[in-house]
Ligand binder design. Structure first.
Ligand code: SF4
Length: 970
């Protein structure tokens, strides 16, 4: 492209002042296709953001009136984005005259996002103005799933639900109450609620998302997520399309680019030439499921060429334990450790890795050397993708962290820290004790090491009579559509003996809410309270989501006491809903529940939302001082500060090498050191480790070090995986029958503008991305005689779906892929919703497990309060592929293994685009096949799960309590 001369019309427009003079000298300096901004220009851009002192009275020209200069006065209120986990800062621009939110921009005071957002952030405006959103609480009429609804009141819903919960708790049926969540947020809020009720009632989406990677990291160092310091790295290795679709999308993307601008090199391992891969110095198009083999080959190069960090390995890995357990014949010396590791990985030559993965051996060696040279400045990340797709996918994170350990980059500047070092934890009022219940519908005995709840198996557990759900909340959670095997979910949701009452807490309609008894509208991103803190970089921050119209009303002198009074319709928020529900469960306090939800400042009275957050904020390090310095002095000074800025940096760059911090004298009082292992214990619990004569805090593992050797894996019946290894995936080339047209389908990748089933209400986003064809390399397409747009039948283990082909060089030959966001639907009888994105479909069930879906019509223009709804030009709503996938729970980590063996064929003449078939009997058989691979609890001492493994909503761990399987149950 480069610099363009002004056109005749541009020349005139510029001269008349209709548009600014974009062509004056030096206005734009192009080098190739890029405009380059220097540091001063970038700083200027930040300064151009309205300064906080003007946020209550900010004047801009109305862009819609341009070239007329119509002034508009706004109030600017900060909040956070909810369109992915990153929780970037947003600022709502509220028209002062109409009190209507007009747009969202970034919040430069947010330390994670620093004023920047991806396309999904500003699209929040589409979501709050979506003409199809739900504005009032609804209750089903007729049979569940039939599509008939009537309006109800919050009071009625609260009374009915609370009475049912009260009854279940009083009858000791605690395990029949569950809160099932997709995107959580809400730092510890739901622990407070559910543990306040004394139930083990949390179920999450994590086993279809990230638990594979978490398990691999946790085995090493007791932390389950990485926090790469991309901006300071010299070499960055990403397993997956991380820039656009991985974890902490925008905050990481901007720091990866920052690192690259300072000279860092970027490598991406992904069978797709993703946006990230295309921005990388190295693209490693590995065959899916072989990533661990490539990483172990890199480890071998680093070991053989002596590129490892000797001091780190010697101090911070449990090598003595490894040698004693695995090589008792060898003397316990560091040199023997290195030679034993080289011996252990000798089969992982670069050539072997090339054979497995298709990535060239030369490239593997080159990258291994780059990593070795980068040393401590090696940043890496693996989240969903490979870790979430393969039998043994957890080995990918374990092998990746092996490289981080070898280079000594664990927790180093420019390296990769544990997530928890960069994450804030709130202190809550009246904290409840851990629950004394263990819910086997969430953590069954078969999966003692499962890193999160086995949520993808819930319908199968219910189907085979393991229990029921009497009161069930779904929240930002749409398993009928997002999960594998959605028809089995539909079967179970429809059965009132399996789900007694289902309350869907959702701002918009979705495929799961169609099967609820109550649909209770909760606020979108800018319509509720929440706390967020994520490990986006080498620093720690907290962000405050707030309902912006409520805050504007307060500033204008019209405060409301409950959020729904300021929100549109009767849209409420979970925080206030659950506090109110808790009071109604235990109205007189006799159940011991209410006391947790009383004000810490006004004894015996119900806690307000302001009091809850003030209690937390006044305990954040540095925030009281910052609030005071900003002029806030009253009882709610810290809350006022957060309402003003929306975020606070707790620390910047002080959280490196936390494991080396020394224990204080106070901490060491009464402790002892194990002479064999150097582990420091106090009251029977490890609290640190002696390193070169210093009492260091170490890592939260049994050895307090990085565990190259895992005694835990041995103790829990998986001795073959005691050290980092490679497990051939369920879709390994050896198990596919190419003569039958079998391929591996990669169904895990995201489109950067969409987010699961949460963006169907954002017209700008759906306008950009609205189809999910099958990506296919030209060589494969030629083999089949396919061209772009041809129909293809994708046969899975339990059924099929019919999609279109997209022929592209961006796909590794022999592998096909399909984005997982698209293919939303509603049936003709359902309430309308998400019409920007949904097909209208017909669903038939033969009553014997056979389910068919076909598309009646695609996306169409419609009449609404938004004139853009008449301008919809796209017709194709895509195809729902996940519903044709069987459940594939990894027998160790519990992670659903997303990749599918598919048999490709050309559809028959009567088969149409969007046709779907599934046999749920087959899906139950597949569930049983995978279940048979497990090695159930108990572990040592009758434990249900290793005591040192974290568990979300950790139950009481006292000996003989719910963490132990009763002897008569074994
Ligand atoms: S990365 Fe995008 S979608 Fe995610 S929180 Fe930030 S702006 Fe929102």
């Amino acid at each position: 492209m480069g610099y363009k001369k002004p056109s005749f019309i541009e020349n005139i427009a510029e001269k008349l002042g209709i548009i600014p003079d974009l062509h004056k000298e030096n206005y734009q300096e192009f080098q190739d296709d890029m405009r380059h901004f220097n540091d001063e220009e970038v700083a200027q851009m930040y300064e151009n953001f309205p300064p906080p002192e003007k946020w209550d009275n900010w004047i801009e020209y109305d862009p819609k009136s341009w070239p007329k200069k119509d002034k508009k006065t706004y109030q600017i209120v900060p909040t956070t984005c909810f369109n992915c986990e990153s929780a970037c800062g947003l600022t709502a621009f509220i028209d002062k005259e109409t009190q209507e939110v007009k747009k969202f921009e970034g919040n430069p005071h947010h330390p994670g996002s620093r004023g920047r957002n991806c396309a999904k952030g500003p699209a929040t405006i589409n979501q709050i103005k979506d003409p199809d959103r739900i504005l009032f609480p609804l209750k089903r009429k007729g049979k569940r799933g039939e599509g008939e609804w009537e309006r109800t009141s919050w009071d009625e819903a609260l009374d009915t639900i609370s009475a049912r919960i009260r009854k279940a708790i009083k009858e000791d049926r605690h395990n029949e109450i569950a809160y099932h969540v997709g995107r959580p947020g809400k730092e510890k809020f739901m622990n407070w609620i559910l543990q306040g009720w004394g139930i083990d009632g949390h179920n999450s989406h994590t086993n279809i998302c990230s638990s594979g990677a978490r398990f691999g990291y946790n085995l090493w160092y007791g932390y389950d997520r990485p926090s790469p310091d991309h901006a300071n790295a010299k070499f960055i290795l990403l397993v997956s399309a991380h820039l656009e679709s991985g974890h902490y999308f925008n905050p990481h993307a901007q720091r990866i680019i920052e690192g690259k601008m300072k000279g860092a090199k970027l490598a991406t391992m992904d069978p797709r030439l993703s946006n990230t891969a295309s921005m990388s110095d190295y693209w490693l198009p590995s065959y899916p499921g072989t990533e661990a083999a490539v990483l172990l080959a890199m480890a071998l190069v680093i070991l053989e060429e002596g590129l490892y960090n000797k001091e780190y390995l010697e101090n911070w890995t449990n090598w003595k334990e490894y040698l004693k357990a695995v090589h008792p014949d060898k003397e316990v010396t560091f040199d023997n450790y290195i030679s034993a590791m080289i011996e252990e990985y000798k089969e992982f030559t670069p050539e072997f890795a090339e054979k497995e993965s298709g990535v060239k051996a030369d490239m593997i060696v080159e990258i291994a050397r780059e990593i070795g040279i980068a040393g401590e400045r090696f940043a890496s990340h693996n989240w969903r993708a490979a870790g979430a797709s393969n039998l043994g996918g957890w080995c990918v994170a374990r092998a990746l962290h092996f490289l981080t350990v070898l280079t000594g980059a664990v927790g180093a500047k420019g390296g990769t820290s544990p997530n928890s070092w960069n994450k804030f934890k709130p202190t809550q009022p009246n904290p409840p004790a851990p629950q004394k219940k263990w819910n086997e519908l969430h953590f069954p005995k078969e999966y003692p090491l499962a890193f999160f709840e086995m949520s993808q198996l819930l319908p199968h557990f219910l189907k085979e009579g393991r229990g029921k759900m009497d009161v069930y909340f779904s929240r930002v959670f749409n398993p009928v559509w997002t999960y594998p095997d959605g028809f089995t979910w539909m079967e179970m949701y429809s059965d009132e003996s399996k789900f007694g009452i289902h309350a869907a807490l959702t701002p918009t309609w979705n495929e799961t809410a169609f099967y609820a008894d109550y649909v209770l509208p909760m606020g979108l991103a800018s319509e509720r309270h929440d706390l967020n803190s994520y490990a986006t970089h080498g620093g720690t921050w907290v962000a405050f989501r707030q309902p912006v119209l409520r805050e504007a009303a307060r500033r204008n002198g019209n405060p409301v006491s409950l959020t729904y009074e300021a929100n549109p319709g009767e849209v409420w928020e979970e925080d206030e809903f659950f506090i109110e529900l808790s009071w109604r469960i235990d109205p007189d306090g006799s159940m011991g529940i209410r006391k947790h939800f009383e004000s810490p400042y006004r004894p015996g009275e119900k806690i307000t939302i302001d009091e809850y957050y003030q209690y937390i904020f006044e305990r954040i390090k540095g925030l009281p001082e910052a609030a005071k310095a900003d002029g806030f002095t009253g009882d709610f000074a810290e809350l006022e500060y957060m309402k003003k800025y929306g975020a606070f940096a707790i620390e910047e760059g002080e959280s490196y090498k936390v494991n080396e911090r020394e224990l204080t004298e106070e901490q060491l009082k009464g402790s002892k050191v194990d002479p064999e292992t150097d582990v420091i214990t106090k009251d029977g619990n490890p609290i640190g480790v002696m390193i070169n004569g210093k009492a260091c805090v170490g890592f939260p593992t049994p050895s307090r070090k990085n565990e190259f050797y895992s005694q835990t894996m041995v103790d829990w019946k998986w001795p073959e995986y005691a050290t980092p290894t490679y497990i051939k995936s369920h879709i390994h080339n050896e198990v596919l029958d190419k003569s039958k047209g079998e391929y591996v389908l990669v169904p895990t990748f995201r489109l950067p503008t969409l987010i699961h089933s949460r963006s169907g209400n954002a017209k700008w986003l759906v306008e950009i991305s609205n189809r999910n064809p099958i990506w296919m390399h030209p060589d494969d397409a030629a083999k089949w005689g396919f061209k772009t747009g041809d129909l293809v039948k994708m046969n899975t283990d339990i059924g099929y779906f019919i999609d279109k082909v997209w022929v592209t060089q961006s796909m590794k030959p022999g592998v096909v892929a399909c984005s997982h966001h698209i293919g939303r639907w509603r049936r003709p009888q359902d309430k309308i919703g998400n019409r920007w994105a949904t097909n209208t479909v017909n669903i038939e069930n033969d009553g014997k497990g056979g389910w068919k879906m076909n598309t009646i019509s695609g996306v169409k223009p419609f009449e609404s309060t938004d004139s853009d709804s008449k301008r919809i030009f796209w017709k194709d709503g895509g195809v729902h592929q996940n519903i044709t996938h069987a459940v594939h729970p990894d027998p160790i980590s519990g992670m659903h293994c997303w990749h599918q063996r598919v048999r490709i064929e050309k559809p028959g003449k009567d088969e149409k685009y969007g046709d779907i078939f599934v046999d749920t009997n087959k899906s139950h058989e597949v569930y049983k096949e995978w279940l048979a691979m497990t090695r159930p609890a108990p572990g040592p001492n009758g434990e249900r799960r290793p005591l040192w493994f974290n568990r979300a909503f950790t139950p009481d761990k006292s000996e003989g309590g719910c963490y132990y399987i009763p002897k008569d149950e074994k």
